[in-house]
Ligand binder design. Sequence first.
Ligand SMILES: Nc1ncnc2c1ncn2[C@@H]1O[C@H](COP(=O)(O)OP(=O)(O)OP(=O)(O)O)[C@@H](O)[C@H]1O
Length: 485
Amino acid sequence: MIRFDSVTKSYPGQTRPALDDITVEILRGEFVFLVGASGSGKSSFLRLILKEDRPTAGRIHVLGQDLRSISTRKVPYFRRNLGVVFQDFRLLSNKNVFENVAFALRVIGKSRGFVQTAVPETLKLVGLDGKGKRMPHELSGGEQQRVAIARAIVNKPQILLADEPTGNLDPVTSAGIMTLLERINASGTTVVMATHEAGIVDQMQRRVIELSSGEVVRDERSAGYAVGGTLAPPVTSVVGAIPADDAVATDGAAAALAAVGAESSGDADGAEAETIPIAASTTDDATADALVASIRAEEALHESERASSGDAVPIETTDAAASVAETAPTTAKRPAAGKKRPAKRPAAKAGSATKASEEAAVDTAMDTGTVGVAAPKVTRKVMEEAPPLYIEPEARDAVTDEAAEITAAATMPIEPLTTKARKGGGSSGDADDAADGDGRDGPPGRPAAPASAKSAHLTLAERLGLRSPAGPRAGDDDQEVGPVK
Ligand SMILES: Nc1ncnc2c1ncn2[C@@H]1O[C@H](COP(=O)(O)OP(=O)(O)OP(=O)(O)O)[C@@H](O)[C@H]1O
């Protein structure tokens, strides 16, 4: 999916290369952390994948294409397969949330119908349902990053590149963003994320490529931020204080967190761990503890926001928690009697009883200071059972509205223009509007097609008032044509 072969990147005026003879391969569906000190080459690595820059030496293949073979003119088309998220969000400040996400589709010529379907679905997916009309400055940092993620994934990229996406966010919000990225990855998108955040890397236990002075000094599967970095025991330290009782879905997410190291660390291709050690283990318990607590706090916060706005809790989140709770061992505390949350929620709207139960669980947890409603950890099992992440709108792909109209004109049955239409009514299509019996509108300035027409077989050239320089090729309705002389 992404392959660097002996890639070196040197910037003018720099004594040493930003990337030095890098050879690495990232497979489809992987979640890869790119770690290393400031200046080690992480952003340069991502920029090369995007073809924002070209290597000084070596070859890069992305999605099966040698990047050298992609001409500058074709780079925008190549980038449609890649989504990018930056530390500073890079939203358009004068456009609302909907338009920020829609923008990504409009510039690549998606139809209005596609935009109207895809944007709300994607906003819902990233937890911004109902916030489409907000301006960026009316959002929290985490929400702004969710908009940026929505913009990055709305076109279903095969690869998502994230350059320190949590760099400007507090730990609580970062945890929510990571859950989202994990879910995006679980749907099949390859994710490459540059980060400095040891707690996140340790928690996620995914492949880690470590750079130091432009060299790959470690490439380790299911790893932590540093060599041997593993999931600290944060869950027991937080949840373990809670008296054991029945497992409940609300608290099951905490158990899921405990299980995540084992469940989500499965390697896509089953390869054995492969490590090039360079540093001592520095598992950071405090950071991991903070991360777990922050995940819970963020979800509790969101939960109360949703409760106050009357929104339903997204089904995938709660089901994920419930599903994991059913399988994972837990020592979670039961909320107040009679408030046990059902394992499954109704899909469309959370019922009032469920809501009350949810709120009670949050209250209980907050009161005791022990546990809130945690963000569920998305395990492999959960993802296998989850609905598809991306929508498949019934939209025409890769066409602008105008192109769609032209395509419609080319494919619908059509009569030869009447003499009247040819002479005077060409732009309004009056004569043909009168004859339009099927209710379909033709493209502006062109006659609409009568349903009952015994169509003369016209080429696209003739339909669009164009002709092929050498005359139409037999049986080819869509041939490129030159203008009428
Ligand atoms: N456009 C540029 N011109 C000159 N030097 C550059 C340029 N971009 C990066 N560098 C240099 O290349 C090296 C790697 O930079 P890069 O931004 O890739 O590192 P990084 O690991 O992403 O750093 P950080 O974590 O601080 O973002 C650094 O020494 C940097 O100064």
